[in-house]
Design a protein around this ligand. Structure first.
Ligand SMILES: Cc1cc2nc3c(=O)[nH]c(=O)nc-3n(C[C@H](O)[C@H](O)[C@H](O)COP(=O)(O)OP(=O)(O)OC[C@H]3O[C@@H](n4cnc5c(N)ncnc54)[C@H](O)[C@@H]3O)c2cc1C
Length: 453
C-alpha cells in the first residue's frame, strides 16, 4: 500500500489510529480460527460512522480490500484478510445509546461488547433475549454478522430474529439505516415496514461481505421472574433425537440443548449419561413450574430417557465452560457447525463422532434448538505442533461432507472448506448480482466464500 493512502487514512481517523508496522500487523494476522497467518497492509481503527464511510470511499478509490474485524473470536477465519489491504478494527466504536423502554429496544455502536451490553441492561432490569456462552471480546457487530445461536433459541430464535434495525456503511461508503428508522420521522421499533423487502437481512450471516454495521438496534425484555431447567439422560443419539423432537413439538421450552459424554470427558467431568438433554423454561414462577413439569411428563411417557440430578446443568454452563475445552498449547481446538432438521439429528451426531474417532481427537458436542430446527456445534481438540492446522482443516472437511450427505447446511460461511460448489447455481447467481451491485469494486472481504464472479 502506498504511503499517500496511509497518510489519507491518518487524516480520516487520526494518526494514532492507523498502524502499518510489522509488529502491529502480526497481531492481526490470526484470529480464533485455526487459519493464518494472513497479514493486512494496514490496521485502521475508526471512531465514528462518518470515519468508516470515508475509509470505504478511499478504499474504492485506490481499489484496496477491506476486512472488518471486531473481537476476532469467530471460528470461521472470516476476520482474516485474504488479500491484504485494510483491516478495519471496530473496537473503538462502543457507545451504548440507552434503552428505549417504549419500543423495548436498545441501540449501540457495533463495537460494543456483548457482555458489556448485558451488564448495562441487567443493571436496569432488562435483558437481551438469551445469554450467550463465549468470551469477553465478542462484539454486537460481530455477533450480528455471525447471526449467533444460544440456549434461548426455542422462543427467540437467532440473533437476527431479535435485531430491529441497523446503521450500515455500504461498501461504497454511503451511510444507510435499515428498519423503521428508514422512514422519515420514525424511530427504530420494527424491522419490517411496507416500503419494500427486509434489507437488514443482507447483514445477518454476512460476516462482513456486504458492508460495515456501525450501529445495531436490538429487542430487549424485562428480566422474567423465573428461569429454571431440567436434564434428561439418553443412551443413544437416536433416543436423544426422539426425546428432543417431543419436547420441541410441545412448544413449551425457552431453550433445549444437548451435550454428549465426550464433552464431559474432555472437560474432565464424569458423564452422567451418553447424551444429556437440557430443557430450559422462563416466565412467571408458576408458568415455569408448569413447563418443567410438562417436560418431565413428556419424557416419562416416551418410555426412554431418565431425569438426571438437578446439579447436572450447573456443572456444564457458566463462563463458557461447555465450549472452553481444557487444552494448553500445543493443543488447540476448532469448531465446525451446521443447521439441520430434527430427523437428521442422530446422523449429524454420528458423523461428528466418526470423524473424531478417526483422527483420535478429544471432542465435545454442543447442540441447541432454534425454534423448529437445530444447530450442532461440535468442538474438537487437535495438536497444532504435531498435527498442524492441516489436521483441523481435513477433519472439518470430512465433517462437512458427512453433514452435506445427510442434508444439513453449514451454519456460517467460511473459507475452509469452501461451500460454494454446494450452493444451487441460481441462488449463487442471485447473490452475485446483489453483491456486485453493492460492492462493484469487490473491496469487502475480497476472496471470501461463497465466491461470486
Ligand atoms: C469459545 C466460543 C464459544 C462460542 N459460543 C457461541 C455461542 O454460544 N453462541 C453464539 O452465538 N456464538 C458463539 N460463538 C461464536 C461467536 O458468536 C462469534 O465468534 C462472534 O459473534 C464473533 O464476534 P467478534 O466480535 O469476535 O467478531 P470477529 O470475529 O472480529 O468478526 C466476525 C465476522 O463478522 C464480521 N464483522 C464483525 N463486526 C462487523 C461489523 N460491525 N459489520 C460487518 N461485519 C462485521 C467480520 O468481518 C467477520 O467476518 C462462540 C465462539 C467461541 C470462540
Amino acid at each position: 500500500m502506498d504511503q499517500s493512502t496511509i497518510e489519507k487514512l491518518k487524516d480520516i481517523v487520526g494518526p494514532n489510529y492507523v498502524a502499518d508496522k510489522d509488529y502491529d500487523l502480526i497481531a492481526y494476522s490470526r484470529a480464533w480460527s485455526y487459519e493464518g497467518p494472513l497479514q493486512p497492509d494496514v490496521i485502521v481503527v475508526p471512531g465514528s460512522t462518518e470515519a468508516v464511510s470515508q475509509v470505504m470511499k478511499l478504499a474504492n478509490e485506490v481499489g484496496t480490500p477491506v476486512t472488518v474485524r471486531a473481537g476476532g473470536t469467530t471460528t470461521t477465519g472470516m476476520a482474516l484478510p485474504r488479500h491484504g489491504g485494510i483491516v478495519l478494527d471496530l473496537n473503538r466504536m462502543n457507545t451504548i445509546y440507552g434503552i428505549d423502554e417504549d419500543a423495548q429496544a436498545i441501540t449501540m455502536q457495533a463495537g460494543t461488547t456483548v457482555y458489556g451490553l448485558i451488564k448495562y441492561i441487567e443493571q436496569r432490569g432488562w435483558k437481551i433475549p438469551w445469554l450467550p456462552e463465549f468470551g469477553g471480546g465478542v462484539t454486537i457487530g460481530g455477533w450480528t454478522a455471525f447471526n449467533g445461536v444460544g440456549a434461548g433459541g426455542s422462543i427467540y430464535g437467532r440473533v437476527g430474529d431479535f435485531i430491529i434495525g441497523l446503521q450500515v456503511v455500504l461498501p461504497t461508503g454511503e451511510i444507510v439505516r435499515t428498519g423503521s428508522a428508514s422512514f422519515k420521522g420514525a424511530r427504530q421499533f420494527t424491522r419490517y415496514l411496507g416500503t419494500g423487502p427486509d434489507l437488514t437481512g443482507l447483514y445477518l450471516n454476512s460476516l462482513g461481505v456486504s458492508g460495515v454495521m456501525t450501529e445495531v438496534t436490538m429487542r430487549v425484555y424485562p428480566i422474567p421472574e423465573a428461569l429454571d431447567c431440567i436434564s434428561f439422560g439418553f443412551d443413544t443419539s437416536e433416543d436423544a433425537q426422539e426425546g428432543m423432537k417431543k419436547l420441541i413439538r410441545a412448544n413449551i421450552a425457552y431453550g433445549i440443548t444437548c451435550v454428549d459424554d465426550e464433552m464431559f470427558k474432555t472437560i474432565g467431568l464424569p458423564p452422567p449419561a451418553p447424551w444429556v438433554v437440557q430443557f430450559f423454561a422462563e416466565g412467571w414462577k408458576e408458568e415455569v413450574e408448569f413447563r418443567i413439569g410438562k417436560a418431565r411428563q413428556i419424557i416419562a411417557e416416551a418410555g426412554f430417557g431418565n431425569e438426571l440430578p438437578s446439579n447436572t446443568i450447573k456443572m456444564l454452563w457458566g463462563g463458557a465452560r461447555g465450549t472452553s475445552l481444557r487444552s494448553k498449547p500445543p493443543k488447540r481446538y476448532f469448531c465446525v457447525g451446521c443447521f439441520h432438521s430434527m430427523d437428521t439429528t442422530a446422523e449429524v451426531f454420528n458423523v461428528y463422532n466418526r470423524v473424531g474417532e478417526k483422527y483420535g481427537m478429544n471432542r465435545g458436542m454442543l447442540w441447541w434448538t432454534c425454534q423448529t430446527y437445530a444447530n450442532a456445534f461440535p468442538v474438537y481438540v487437535y495438536d497444532e505442533l504435531n498435527d498442524g492446522p492441516e489436521a483441523a482443516a481435513q477433519a472439518t472437511k470430512e465433517v462437512r461432507e458427512g453433514w452435506t450427505a445427510a442434508g444439513a447446511v453449514p451454519d456460517y460461511p467460511g473459507p475452509n472448506p469452501d461451500c460454494t460448489p454446494n450452493i444451487v447455481p441460481e441462488y449463487l447467481a442471485f447473490w452475485g448480482r446483489i453483491k456486485n451491485a453493492l460492492d462493484p469494486n469487490c473491496v469487502m472481504h475480497r476472496g471470501q466464500s461463497p465466491v461470486v464472479e
